[in-house]
Ligand binder design. Structure first.
Ligand code: M6R
Length: 605
């Protein structure tokens, strides 16, 4: 959460910072600000509540004479959404931007007598004040002293008044990537801000300071010893981070799913079977465990729920799914016999990262399914299976969910093969079923116009229910989250058979119930549950396979996906649920890509 960027080089800094902030805006959009060294080496600060567009307007009158500066787009944690709480923060000779949380800021305020001196309510300003107190002309020493006092997570970019043209970057947990390019030196929360200038970059390692000047970037450890950065190369380009003619990133990303699936699956197929040799994931990882524990948040956790319903009947070992923020505090039953599967698009979600560390400390072997290359979760896991979705910019996750599922399906298949739950033929048939899901997704994307009218009823309602059994129930969880997140309609997912144990009391005339019934072995049971809600006046949107037999009176709207193997119906169903949420959001005239109160990468607890 929060996007930060710094630039030093020959070009005009203001434009680079504002453009970078627009790219990073999905990380937070409560307020935005920049600080620039002017030609007299004075620092100018411009900040505004609201989105980057408001800041851009405020900056229009500013002279374009600066070649070094820092910028920030905020997701508020400590202190409300005000100009004063917007970053950058200034204290004495220090100007600073921050992503993360300084947990002991209150104690530090008392210990260092800052009460009365602070002009904002933020934890970040406390860090700026401390850094100013510790600064005696040597930035590295002052930064080192700061890190000895602060607790929590942070990525900082700092300007010192007497160091024009220089930017200092330091991080713990919160991400920071940097690059020296033909256009100058850049540092940012993530690659989307760097990609217009370079494909080569490095992750600022924890416990190191990156110093940017117009001519180079130097990396130092805390003793001030120069360190060579580990240069990485990104495999997507600027186009991937643009809307490319789509009205919203979410719609573009829904459309990208078939290709993202191919990119994730095909390089890992050998002779029709899943093969993780190039990912350096050994088969013994899959053979040695006696149980699997999946850990993730939000949509990624829902991908885990689908995988659990898929895996247990195939592998015949216990598969548990935990919400990362709960896992950390519940003394989980994981040990050296557990394979901990950590799922995260960003690879930076702090609860998921903490859960990974806990699982490792208990002796579990860890396998991360991550989209962002070089992210903290990817680097700290024993093994990593990268999904190849490209950058996901819309806050609502779509293509990341599909590729996480694809990765989990491939893991299931490989595990079943090496553990002898599948013969080679069965594994090949499974993988071919997975590939068949791609055209099924394409079909549903091509029929997207049909979905527009189905939300007419939905958008006038305050509640909606998603029901299903088995795998269909796991899909429902994600459908409900998507609808809540971007259309602000209260939605609940229920195992269809569980409704009558309480929740059915909420089913009144016209209440929308989205019923998913794609699983043959529980189909009739689910249909009975649909009848129960229909009898109480619900407005039923029914999702089945093409040739499913149902009375025409049962559903107000019936959407059919192509006939296919039950195990893979999640892929076309996901498209329907995503489009439903998308059109509901549009129908209510809401901000689809940047829904209220949210941000893309959740780096605070
Ligand atoms: O980056 P991660 O996959 O770790 O993020 C996890 C959740 O924050 C994320 O999936 C969130 O639930 C999405 N915004 C939902 O669309």
């Amino acid at each position: 959460m929060c996007g930060i960027i710094g630039y030093s080089g020959p070009l005009e800094a203001k434009k680079i910072l504002l453009d970078g902030l627009s790219q990073l805006e999905y990380r937070g959009y409560d307020s935005a600000g920049i600080a620039l060294f002017d030609t007299l080496s004075n620092i100018r600060l411009i900040k505004r509540t609201g989105k980057v567009a408001a800041l851009r307007q405020a900056c229009a009158k500013e002279q374009d004479s600066s070649h070094c500066g820092i910028g920030h787009t905020r997701w508020a944690t400590h202190g409300g959404v005000t100009d004063a709480n917007a970053h950058p923060h200034r204290a004495g000779r220090v100007t600073l931007i921050h992503n993360g949380i300084i947990e002991n800021y209150h104690n530090l305020t008392n210990e260092f007598g800052l009460e009365g001196k602070l002009v904002s309510q933020t934890d970040s300003e406390v860090a700026a004040c401390l850094l100013d107190q510790f600064y005696r002309g040597n930035p590295l020493e002052a930064i080192k002293e700061l890190t000895l006092h602060i607790e929590g997570s942070y990525a900082f970019c700092v300007l010192f008044d007497d160091r024009p043209g220089e930017i200092y970057g330091i991080r713990k947990v919160s991400p920071l990537v940097a690059a020296y390019t033909r256009s100058g030196a850049l540092i940012a929360s993530d690659l989307t801000a760097l990609i217009p200038y370079t494909r080569k970059y490095f992750v600022v390692p924890e416990g190191h300071v990156a110093k940017l000047t117009g001519y180079k970037i130097s990396l130092y450890d805390m003793e001030g010893t120069p360190v060579s950065p580990e240069i990485m190369e990104v495999n997507w380009n600027m186009d991937s981070a643009m809307k490319n003619g789509f009205p919203h990133f979410m719609l573009k990303e829904i459309h990208e799913q078939p290709q993202a699936l191919k990119n994730t699956i095909l390089p890992r197929m050998s002779k029709g079977l899943p093969d993780f040799t190039d990912d350096n994931i050994p088969d013994e990882l899959f053979c040695q465990c006696t149980k699997i524990h999946m850990i993730a948040c939000g949509t990624a956790m829902h991908a885990g729920m689908v995988a659990r319903a898929l895996m247990e009947p195939v592998l015949h070992i216990p598969v548990t799914v935990s919400i990362a923020s709960e896992f950390r505090y519940e003394d989980p039953l994981v040990d050296q016999d557990t394979l901990a599967v950590i799922i995260s698009q960003s690879g930076e979600t702090i609860d998921t990262l903490a859960a990974l560390r806990l699982a490792k400390s208990r002796g579990s072997r860890t396998l991360a399914i991550v989209n962002v290359k070089g992210s903290t979760i990817a680097r700290e896991s024993d093994f990593v299976l990268y999904t190849h979705a490209g950058p996901e910019i819309a806050v609502a996750s779509t293509k990341a969910y599909s590729v996480q599922l694809a990765a989990l399906y491939m893991i299931t298949c490989r595990m079943a093969l090496v553990r002898k739950n599948f013969t080679k033929d069965q594994a090949a048939a499974f993988l071919s079923g997975l590939l068949d899901a791609i055209p099924a997704m394409e079909t549903m994307i091509a029929r997207k116009e049909e979905e527009k009218h189905l939300v007419t009823h939905l958008i006038n309602q305050s509640d909606a229910f998603f029901i299903g059994r088995g795998l269909d129930y796991a899909f429902s969880l994600e459908g409900a989250l998507k609808l809540k997140e971007i259309s602000y309609i209260h939605a609940e997912a229920y195992a269809a058979g569980e409704l009558k144990h309480g929740t059915i009391a909420l089913i009144a005339p016209k209440v929308p119930v989205i019923a998913i019934a794609t699983q043959e072995h529980v189909f009739l049971k689910t249909i009975s549950n649909v009848r129960e809600v229909k009898a109480r006046g619900a407005f039923v949107i029914l999702l089945t396979k093409e040739h499913a037999q149902v009375d025409s009176s049962l559903a107000d709207i019936h959407i059919r996906i192509p006939d296919m193997d039950d195990r893979f119906t999640v892929f076309p169903i996901a498209v329907i649920l995503q489009l439903m949420a998308y059109y509901a959001s549009i129908g209510k005239n809401l901000d689809v890509d940047q829904p209220r109160n949210l941000a893309k990468s959740v780096t605070v607890e």
